[in-house]
Design a protein around this ligand. Structure first.
Ligand code: EPU
Length: 350
């Protein structure tokens, strides 16, 4: 185990925020975690798990020991009657895994192409795009308990998946609760890819691609390519413009509340949910409040998608976490004042 000291985190978070870690350990397998826990000096220190850093806002230097997850490996590990089970190390790049599964002739992840970050982060926020969420393709994961050093396996129910949510985002409210935030490090994820594959094309942007191209029965590779093109057109590439994807979750409201908003703003983008609630497009709400292109210091609202906050200062003069959170707070206030809706941030604020 090597403990690196005073490590710059700017290249380890997709916003490019210039914070530092007092100590950082690279985790390539469970033995790295066990060595750290057994260490007289470091074992008892608080710990922070860092994947691809694509869904965090660093508001200061990190005092906890940063565990940088670098567990590698991708392989087919088995099958059920209906699915092929693929396992990937938590440190693998998510988008590269999607491409690899397609190369193996295993479709199912194509709608989730180009989502930034690592495989290990994918269950934490139950990544989703274009009609597919991770939980639709999830089989199991192996994790290690950061207190006891024991490894354990969780199935989908035990992960408590919700919309951009899981047990890994919550600290236990009381003993016995399943909150695992700060408690577990995900080592490997196993995905169940359907043998009887069918395209998922219900999302408006994909329906448009079908109409534009006339390709009525696209293959998985075609859908992958469409999703990549759609994302490139409206989302900033974090390698060029620092960002953490959607900054807020899309809020859900009651049909009455939605009708009230439609009465005042007939164009509000809304989607009925299976449970009777209505999901509103947070990007539309923010856009309607006139936020596109506005800034606080070097943190700005992306001009092509109001749901994305960006670091417009690049690596030279990066936005601070404080600027990002001040901008986010001002957006929340104005959306609340106009629509009576409290937007909830999606990334983890550290
Ligand atoms: N819209 C505006 N103005 C804007 C932004 C959006 O009017 O500035 C409207 C769009 O025209 C569209 C609607 O709002 O009618 C929804 O926008 P979009 O299709 O871009 O999707 P989204 O709801 O903003 C969600 C996910 C994305 C995911 C896409 C595609 C959340 C918080 N975000 O965005 O996920 O890629 O759908 O499925 O659920 C992420 O989580 O980081 C992320 C990028």
């Amino acid at each position: 185990m090597i403990v690196e000291r005073n490590v710059a985190l700017a290249r380890l978070n997709s916003f490019g925020i210039a914070a530092r870690a007092a100590a950082l350990v690279r985790v390539r397998g469970e033995s790295d975690v066990r060595d750290l826990l057994a260490d007289a000096g470091w074992g008892a220190r608080s710990k922070f798990v860092l994947g691809g850093g694509s869904n965090i806002v660093l508001t200061g230097d990190v005092k906890a020991v940063v565990l940088k997850v670098e567990v590698a490996g991708r392989r087919v590990v088995g099958e059920t009657a209906r699915e092929v089970i693929v396992e990937a190390g938590a440190g693998e790049n998510w988008h590269a895994l999607v491409g690899w599964t397609l190369d193996q002739g295993l479709p199912g992840l194509e709608n989730l192409a180009l989502i930034p970050g690592t495989v290990g982060a994918s269950p934490v926020q139950n990544i989703g795009a274009y009609g597919v969420e991770l939980q639709d393709r999830f089989h199991e994961l192996d994790a290690i308990d950061l207190h006891s050093g024991e490894t354990f396996t969780l199935n989908a129910a035990q992960c408590g998946f919700g919309y951009r949510d899981s047990v890994f985002k919550h600290a236990p409210a009381k003993p016995g609760d399943m909150g695992l935030a700060g408690r577990a490090l995900i080592l490997r994820v196993r995905l169940a890819l359907p043998k009887a594959w069918r395209p998922v094309l219900g999302y408006l942007d994909l329906e448009r691609k079908v109409a534009e191209t006339g390709i009525r029965a696209p293959g998985a590779r075609q859908i992958h390519d469409w999703v990549v093109a759609i994302r490139r057109a409206k989302l900033p590439d974090p390698a060029v413009i620092g960002n953490a994807g959607s900054f807020f979750k899309n809020p859900t409201v009651s049909p009455e509340q939605c009708a009230d908003i439609i009465g005042r703003d007939p164009k509000v983008v809304h989607y009925p949910m299976p449970d009777g609630s209505i999901k509103l497009a947070a990007g539309w709400l923010i856009d309607a409040c006139g936020w596109k292109g506005k800034s606080v210091g070097n943190a700005s609202v992306y001009d092509k998608q109001a749901l994305v906050l960006i670091n417009r200062g690049g690596r030279e003069q990066p936005a601070t976490g404080g600027e990002v959170m001040t901008l986010a707070g001002a957006i929340q206030t104005s959306v609340y004042e106009r629509f009576g809706i409290r937007l909830e941030p999606e990334p983890v604020v550290v």
